[in-house]
Design a protein around this ligand. Sequence first.
Ligand SMILES: Nc1ncnc2c1ncn2[C@@H]1O[C@H](COP(=O)(O)OP(=O)(O)OP(=O)(O)O)[C@@H](O)[C@H]1O
Ligand SMILES: [Mg+2]
Ligand SMILES: [Mg+2]
Length: 495
Amino acid sequence: MTAQAVETGDLATVIGLEVHVQLETDTKIFCGCSTDVGDDEPNTHTCPVCLGLPGALPVVNEGAVEAAVKVGKAIDATIPEETNFHRKNYYYPDLPKNFQITQYDAPVCQDGELEFSVEGERRSVSVRRAHLEEDPGSLQHKGGSIDTADYTLVDYNRAGTPLMEIVTEPDFRSPDEVRSFLAKLTEVLEYLGIFDATRDGSLRVDANLSIVEGEEVAADGSIGEEALESANRTEVKNISSHKGAEKALAYEETRQRNAIQRGRVVEQETRHWDESKGVTLSMRSKEEEKDYRYFREADLPPLKVSDWKERLSIPELPDARRERFREEYGLDEESADKLTSTKEVADFFEDVAERFDPGLAATWVADELLGELNYRDMAITDVDDRFDEIERLVELVAEDEITTKNARETVLREMLDDGDAPTEIVDREDLGKTSGDEVRQAVEEAIEENPDAVADYHDGDDGAINFLVGQVMGKTGGSADPGDVNQSLREELDG
Ligand SMILES: Nc1ncnc2c1ncn2[C@@H]1O[C@H](COP(=O)(O)OP(=O)(O)OP(=O)(O)O)[C@@H](O)[C@H]1O
Ligand SMILES: [Mg+2]
Ligand SMILES: [Mg+2]
């Protein structure tokens, strides 16, 4: 972690994350039930295995393990010779077996690292471990929230969805770093093609926060093991978005700092993030590891994964792609950032850049398209079935058939708002660029009708030309190119 100035006598904020991400596989991690649950009726995607019925035997889904190994490659983690599964015992209605199959002493990934940037500064966070586990079912609290509901229903459709828990070192020093890290992490997972950020509940974060004395922080920003262990931390659960993580942690940071400044002790406990009220609430005192009575899952044999890292390939990741875009297409930092923000955007940009000029492609994808999508609260995935039409629009501009202004302000906007094809809009709105003859005629008329402006121009008043350009544009319904008009006028007036 990059150094951050901490004055003696100050308090430092320390944050570590446990990020749970659902891995995209067709079937659940230990049975053949589909993970494509959508809005289907509760408990319709279940079987004896994910319902935890006695005697049912789990079989590991190789696709889930492969996805986890890809994550390991992406964060440069150590993949062990052999990985295995444990039972984590606890009683809660979302877990029909009363234990969760998870990993304990041989997780599939250990000691990784992820770089990200916060306001232009590079940071790096160590990943302690990342392990596979099964998602529990989901609870629906009826007539209130978790603490006030009249009753609660359980849906096991989610039970057994492959989950990866990524545990970071307590390397974060502020809530905004966490938000940037989560954005980068999901970007990488999406590039790997194993994660769908748009799926409800696909990302859930447990955020641990403690406050330590400023003098415990070394010049390089690191904090000694002992200080970290002895600090009382809270673990905030029920966070399901990047923004939620930042808000929950900012709340928790203030709450703990206030307590310390008033001479009170911060309880070590688990807290619940109440998104609608914007507060964290005490749930229970923190379980100790011994409470879980971890033991080996005897129904699943250990898996030899030592050579999987070599066997599995991963695509070019965002950082590498960003660098390549800068070199290969001569993009500035901001465009390269925007164009690699998701794999879909990057792939689409490369398609367009191969057909047309890369600079034009960058302007149209990074500025025009993403700008208009953003304005409409849309994502690139909302238009991925219309990439051909968007390319056609770029083509119309590249071949000089319509003006940039009309393409931007009329065609693209109407395409997004009304769903029409670009050529349809061009015909309907009569946006086809005015031909040379028409422009020449409009130029002659404008000169004819405005002798005063012409005289001003000849007297050296260069501003008069702008007036005349405006007149010509008016005559051609805005479909002439202003630069061409300017040039024709000068030729006509000077010649
Ligand atoms: N002093 C601290 N302040 C804030 N976070 C800390 C501190 N010390 C450790 N952490 C973080 O706490 C988390 C510990 O997670 P881990 O899964 O290992 O244990 P756990 O939370 O006790 O177990 P469980 O998985 O049952 O919740 C890590 O993300 C780590 O970075
Ligand atoms: Mg944990
Ligand atoms: Mg935890």
